[in-house]
Design a protein around this ligand. Structure first.
Ligand code: 13P
Length: 304
C-alpha cells in the first residue's frame, strides 16, 4: 500500500474504533506523519490519560504502551509491533530491585519511566528525562535508589545533595556516544550548540551546551538563534526537529545512533494493529494499581 492509501485507511479505522495514534519522537518519519500526537515519554503518558478515545495505538516501545495502559485502564492500548522493547528497561526486574530495597531500607526508590510496570509497582515514584532532578528533590528521603539508567542517575546526582544509589543499566544507543564524538563534532561545526540526552555518559553530558529529554530538545530548537545544532540522541529526533525548524541544519552527534526497537513500527503495522485490534497491552490489576501510584505521584509534581 502507498502512504496515501494507508492514511485513508487509517482515518476510516480511527473513526470506526474511536482511536487515536500516539508516536514517540524516535519513530520513523512515516509513522510520525500518521500520528495525532508525537511526544516524549512524559507527554505520551499524559495524553494517553487525558485524551477522549476508546483505543490508543502507541507507536513506541513496550514500556510506553504499558504506561498508557496503567494510566488509562478503561482504554484499549495497542502496540503495533509486539516485539518493540527497551533493552534499558530490561536491565531491571522486580526481584532484582527488591534485593536493592532490602540492602538500602531507608532509601526511596525512584524509577525512570523506561521500565516495566512490574518494576514501577515496586517504586515510590517515577521520573522521566524531563523531570528527574526535580522529582528527586521533592522527596523526603535523603538516599535514593535510582533505576535503571546509571547515566541519568549520575546526571541527577550533579543537581541534588541527596545520595544517589544507581542501578547499573544504560541505553545502548546513548551510551555509544563518546566524549571524543563531541570534541570532533565541535571542531567540524564550531558555531553549533551541542544538545544531548541525559542517557548519555557523564563525559558527554559535561561537554554539552544543554542536556535535555526529547521534549526539551524540541523546546530548545524552537527558541534558539543558532543556525546549526548538533544533536546527541536517537536519529529519529532529527526528522522531528526539522518539523519545528526547517531553517536550522541539524547534525547527528555520531553515526549509528539508532534504536532498532523504535524502528520496528511501520505504517503497515499501524493499519493491521487497528484492523485486528492487536497487540493489546494489559497489566495485571494489582501491578497496575501500584504502578499507577508511582506514575501519578510524578504527574502531580507541578512543573514536571
Ligand atoms: P524521552 O522521555 O526524552 O522522550 O526519552 C525516551 C527514551 O526512551 C530515551 O531513550
Amino acid at each position: 500500500m502507498v502512504l496515501s492509501e494507508i492514511k485513508e485507511k487509517i482515518a476510516a479505522l480511527k473513526a470506526e474504533r474511536k482511536a487515536i495514534i500516539l508516536a514517540h519522537n524516535y519513530q520513523i518519519e512515516e509513522v510520525q506523519e500518521l500520528a495525532d500526537y508525537t511526544g516524549d515519554s512524559l507527554e505520551l503518558s499524559r495524553i494517553a490519560a487525558a485524551v477522549e478515545a476508546e483505543v490508543i495505538v502507541l507507536c513506541g516501545v513496550h514500556f510506553m504502551a504499558e504506561s498508557a495502559a496503567v494510566l488509562a485502564p478503561e482504554k484499549v492500548v495497542l502496540l503495533p509491533e509486539k516485539d518493540a522493547g527497551c533493552p534499558l528497561a530490561d536491565t531491571v526486574t522486580p526481584e532484582g530491585l527488591r534485593l536493592y530495597k532490602e540492602k538500602y531500607p531507608d532509601a526511596a526508590v525512584v524509577t525512570y519511566i523506561n521500565s516495566s510496570a512490574a518494576v514501577k509497582a515496586e517504586s515510590d515514584i517515577c521520573v522521566t528525562s524531563a523531570n528527574a532532578a526535580l522529582v528527586v528533590d521533592s522527596l523526603e528521603a535523603e538516599r535514593i535508589i535510582f533505576v535503571p539508567d546509571c547515566n541519568l542517575a549520575h546526571f541527577v546526582s550533579r543537581q541534588t545533595k541527596k545520595e544517589i544509589i544507581p542501578w547499573p543499566g544504560y541505553c545502548i544507543t546513548h551510551h555509544r556516544i563518546s566524549p571524543d564524538d563531541v570534541d570532533r563534532a565541535r571542531r567540524i561545526y564550531p558555531n553549533a550548540p551541542v544538545i544531548v540526552h541525559p542517557e548519555c555518559r557523564p563525559g558527554v553530558v559535561e561537554r554539552a551546551d544543554a542536556v535535555l529529554g526529547t521534549g526539551g530538545m524540541i523546546r530548545f530548537v524552537k527558541e534558539t538563534e543558532a543556525q546549526e545544532v548538533i544533536v546527541g540522541t536517537e536519529e529519529g529526533m532529527i526528522y522531528r526537529l526539522r518539523q519545528e525548524r526547517s531553517d536550522i541544519k541539524f547534525y547527528l552527534l555520531s553515526p549509528g545512533l539508532l534504536c532498532p526497537d523504535m524502528k520496528y513500527t511501520t505504517p503497515d503495522k499501524v493499519v493491521s494493529s487497528l484492523e485486528n485490534m492487536q497487540h493489546r497491552i494489559t497489566v495485571p490489576p494489582e501491578i497496575r494499581k501500584q504502578a499507577a501510584g508511582a506514575l501519578q505521584r510524578m504527574l502531580k509534581i507541578p512543573s514536571s
